[in-house]
Design a protein around this ligand. Structure first.
Ligand code: 5AD
Ligand code: SF4
Length: 509
């Protein structure tokens, strides 16, 4: 029995007790289990490049169109590119608008309750469409599909959904679609355990200028508030040679920027048992490839090591912007969050990074209103932000996620207190952002132009090395190139400037 069959069987047998499901449909189904997803076994990760579309399915999409609506993080955006690649290989074409598509997928996010509410809202809107065009196939995939409570709710309340499949089942899309066309029942295929790393999945990248590159999948950190280790499985790093090959290929195709993706990129390589190789080593090799910009996201302070700092300090095409989620400035809260670092450790890491990369920009993620957070503990988050001087922070009110340890904690902080804290924090973050933005006035920045700005087609928009949005009047033929822009005006979320000309690039400056 191969890995896929074994996992399939395990997922099925481990859930036979879930009597709830059985009365809804009889077809083949594999519902998820968060409990199962939590287990971290010693199974070896198998690297495969045997993805193939069955001959009989190759014409499935002929004359049909697809539309994928993506929620959540870059990982989901990139999964959408993979699924789009599979659709194209099945003969489907992309639909311009959702209403005209023959297959609609919602690629969902489970990180906070409001992300889930949005998806259920969309499913409500799509009821009417399914009534008008019953032949449309409607699917739910992504992180929400990995949660049994969500799958149960869809089964009960959203019977117009035709298929639900999980983050580990993306490569199974051809068979899932095939099954959905044949079956009158909802097709549910969600493996709770991660599968193999499949290297040859097709990808239909959304842009021609910037590209995402997965370096690892999953997360083993189990922060007590976070659903990701359950929805994305255990940490599995791609082999360096496969990543390097992909980046080389992207460079040859003319891509100007790549972002290395992982839920916790600093743990890259920790799961290899044959080589000692980490993110710093990978970046040190990638920087030699002739691609102008390399970024990575998302970092975990605990695993951010000196080797990576040393490599990032070499500069060149390694961008000097680091997103380093801190979550809280209080040691007590960090402990209950199980972040496995202290405020002092974080500040020391920031000091080392700033010392090695003097021009670095730091951004972060912060959760306010974690269960039982006191005023004093919240104040420690405020002082940490001031001390670090983040360029920007993404701030969130804690949202309990069923199945995580924090969701079981009693919480004595009223919602209006949490909202007030969020407001105060946002005010501080906006002040820090404004300060950082105004520093750019008068500076000349290298900007990778991506296209016309949303508001004015005569204005082009792009991003600086530190990932700031810059609007500039520049010749259209410069789209896709890196140009010098002298910044004239700093706004809250963007910069405006005058076009100077193409940026002179030395060998990996
Ligand atoms: N509630 C609120 N915010 C959360 N995040 C992750 N889980 C939760 C949760 N349960 C935030 C963290 C993380 C970012 C992607 O989302 O700040 O870094
Ligand atoms: Fe959302 Fe996390 Fe899933 Fe990304 S990995 S879509 S942030 S739950």
């Amino acid at each position: 029995m191969n890995e896929e069959q074994r996992l399939a069987q395990r997922a099925q047998t481990s859930n036979t007790k879930e009597k709830d499901y059985s009365k809804y449909f009889e077809s083949v189904y594999q519902p998820p289990s968060l409990k199962e997803a939590k287990r971290r076994g010693k199974e070896e990760v198998r690297y495969r490049d045997d993805f193939e579309i069955d001959e009989r399915l190759k014409q499935m999409g002929k004359g049909r169109t697809f539309f994928i609506q993506t929620f959540g993080c870059q990982m989901n955006e990139h999964d959408t590119e993979v699924m789009a690649g599979i659709f194209l290989n099945l003969g489907y074409e992309p639909a311009a608008v959702r209403e005209e598509a023959d297959v609609i997928l919602l690629n969902t996010c489970a990180i906070r309750e409001n992300a889930e509410d949005r998806v259920f809202g969309e499913l409500g809107h799509l009821k009417g469409l399914k009534r008008e065009r019953p032949d449309v196939l409607l699917g739910v995939c992504g992180c929400m599909s990995q949660e049994e409570s969500v799958v149960n709710r869809i089964l009960k309340e959203q019977q117009h959904v035709d298929m639900i499949f999980g983050t580990h089942n993306i490569h199974r899309l051809p068979s899932i679609l095939h099954e959905a066309y044949l079956s009158k029942e909802m097709v549910v295929e969600v493996w709770s355990k991660e599968g193999d790393v499949i290297e040859n999945l097709p990808k239909a990248r959304l842009g021609k200028v910037k590209a995402w590159v997965n370096i690892m999948y999953g997360c083993d950190k189990f922060c007590t508030y976070c659903i990701v280790p359950y929805t994305r499985g255990k940490e599995r790093s791609r082999r360096p040679e496969d990543i390097i090959q992909e980046v080389r290929q992207l460079a040859a195709e003319g891509y100007q920027e790549i972002t290395l993706l992982g839920q916790n990129v600093n743990a890259y390589g920790k799961d290899f048992d044959d080589i000692t190789y980490g993110l710093g080593d990978l970046m040190d090799e990638l920087r030699l490839i002739d691609i102008p910009r390399i970024r990575f996201t998302t970092s975990h302070p605990r695993d951010f090591d000196d080797r990576l700092i040393e490599v990032l300090a070499k500069g060149g095409n390694l961008m000097n912007h680091i997103h380093l989620p801190v979550q809280s400035g209080s040691n007590d809260i960090l402990k209950i969050m199980s972040r496995k670092y202290t405020r002092e450790h974080y500040l020391e890491l920031v000091r080392k990074i700033k010392e090695a990369i003097p021009n670095v920009t730091l951004t972060t993620d912060i959760i306010v209103g974690f269960p039982n957070e006191t005023d004093e503990q919240f104040e420690e988050t405020m002082t940490l932000c001031e001390e670090v001087g983040f360029d920007h922070a993404f701030t969130f009110i804690y949202s309990p996620r069923e199945g995580t340890p924090a969701a079981k904690m009693k919480d004595n902080v009223p919602m209006d207190v949490k909202k007030e804290r969020l407001q105060r924090l946002n005010k501080l973050v906006n002040e820090l952002s404004a300060e950082a933005m105004s520093d750019y006035e008068g500076q000349t920045l290298a900007v990778l132009l991506e296209g016309e700005s949303k508001k004015d087609p005569d204005v082009l928009a792009g991003y600086s090395e530190k990932n700031k949005l810059v609007n500039v009047r520049a010749p259209k033929e410069m789209i896709g190139r890196i140009v010098d822009v002298r910044i004239t005006t700093a706004k809250t979320w963007s910069l405006e400037g005058e076009y100077i000309g193409p940026t002179e690039r030395g060998e990996n400056e």
